[in-house]
Design a protein around this ligand. Sequence first.
Ligand code: HEC
Length: 286
Amino acid sequence: MYSIDPNAFMNTVLAVIVGTAVLLLGATVFASWLGKRGRVMSYLYMFTAMFGMFGLAAVVLGVRGQKSDSRPWHIFLDMKYQAKYTSQGQSKYFADGRSNRMPPMDTVPFDGTDYAADAGGHDTPNPDFLKADKRFYFGIANATAKGADGVPTGPTWEAGKLTGEGYYVNNIPPLAVEKAGGWEPLLKRGQVQFNRNCAVCHGTSGRGGGGELAYGIVGAYGLSVPPANVLTPEVQAQADGQLFNTVVNGKGAMTGYGHQIKDVLDRWAIVAYVRELQFAYGNPLK
Ligand code: HEC
């Protein structure tokens, strides 16, 4: 990044030019007072005249000391002037005259802005910003539970039941259910978010697939790796926190959707809805 103040920079350039002109003028006057003649004097005259002209031009053209609303001279226009709407400008096309349009319904921001978590303007510390609760914000139960290969350890199962937690939390944190106002609103929310973000690939039923067997639009058009069926016993056996992690950071050939699904609650809602789909498909939790 440049951190040069252009004003200060131009003032310095001007000061150097004008200063040199003044110094040269002084030197010329002094030299002629000493009675110098010949080559030295002609060089002095030449440089004084040159820098004097530079200085004059810079002072007259560069710092006129007034503001102007008319556009500056552009010798080469390039693309500086073109038909476009400026912000707050009036549109003759739209009936309401606004040039700034609202994005279409259900548009998902794709610009990295974390709307849900800003640092400032809160009476109390903003938990969404601090993210101290690792279970709720990251779905992580034991951040150190990794094998020698760095792979997070899975949950422990006993007699078909989830018992111990591995790296990820086994269950959707109660805080998520509480914040959503109960299971039903959480699932409804999850349905909306799943259909908005995941169904293009995995299909509204979550069965994914590629080619003619695809349940999602993208799979039907062909991906090098077909979208997984998220209803399989393998996916079902994963801890809730792991599904949360797949939503946020992706897995294998699937990219993460954390940049689009910013609200932590939406992420947990999707996990809840995927569980619901698994249940509906005939894979009830054992
Ligand atoms: C652009 C297409 C695409 C979208 C959108 C997408 N996925 Fe995937 N998903 C994939 C593909 C492809 C795989 C298989 C990755 C692999 O096997 O390497 C996959 C795999 C998965 C898996 C299985 C992971 C495992 O452990 O085997 C789950 C669960 C999953 N996706 C959930 C989701 C959820 C939830 C969403 C919505 C937030 C979502 N996906 C959005 C393409 C997508």
